[in-house]
Design a protein around this ligand. Structure first.
Ligand code: FES
Length: 155
């Protein structure tokens, strides 16, 4: 992300106003793909918030990433309904079979895995979102198919 990109984002929000913190971090992530300590420090400087506080806020929210996305970005809903339908087991399957940790990106950058709060489709739990595709009412058999397909696409 260039300093010009950052300036464009900053120009939409008044300096020294804390209200801009979340939307600025969201826009940076949208543009850059993830947040870095340098970018967060620049945000803190612009808004006059200590860098450690900016970092604390960024790490508090699930929505912010600190690693580049993988070729396939997998989001697993762990809202209440999805949790009841086995989302934690599914998360373990993705982690073990694709060698990626929740909140991280695989070493080969093929996969990134994110735990999401409710995606608003509880009646279709459990829900998995991969890049632009939503998978709903995912059964264990379907999960195996999804994982196999991801492996095949990245071989
Ligand atoms: S709990 Fe997963 S979509 Fe609502």
């Amino acid at each position: 992300m260039t300093s010009e990109d950052l300036e464009v984002i900053f120009s939409k929000y008044p300096a020294n106003k804390k209200d801009g913190l979340l939307p600025i971090m969201q826009e940076i992530q949208e543009t850059h793909g993830y947040l870095t300590t340098d970018l967060l420090a620049a945000v803190g400087k612009y808004l006059n918030i200590p860098a450690n506080k900016v970092y604390g806020v960024a790490t508090f929210y699930d929505q912010f990433r600190f690693h580049p996305r993988g070729l396939f970005h997998i989001r697993i809903c762990r809202g209440t309904a999805c949790h009841l339908f086995g989302a934690s087991t599914y998360l373990n399957e993705f982690e073990n079979q694709l060698k990626v940790k929740a909140g991280g990106t695989s070493k080969d950058r093929k996969f990134s895995l994110e735990i999401s709060s409710c995606m608003g489709a509880c009646e279709s739990a459990p829900v998995v979102h991969i890049n632009d595709t939503f998978y709903t009412k995912v059964t264990e058999t379907e999960l195996e198919k999804i994982i196999r397909s991801l492996k095949e696409k990245t071989e």
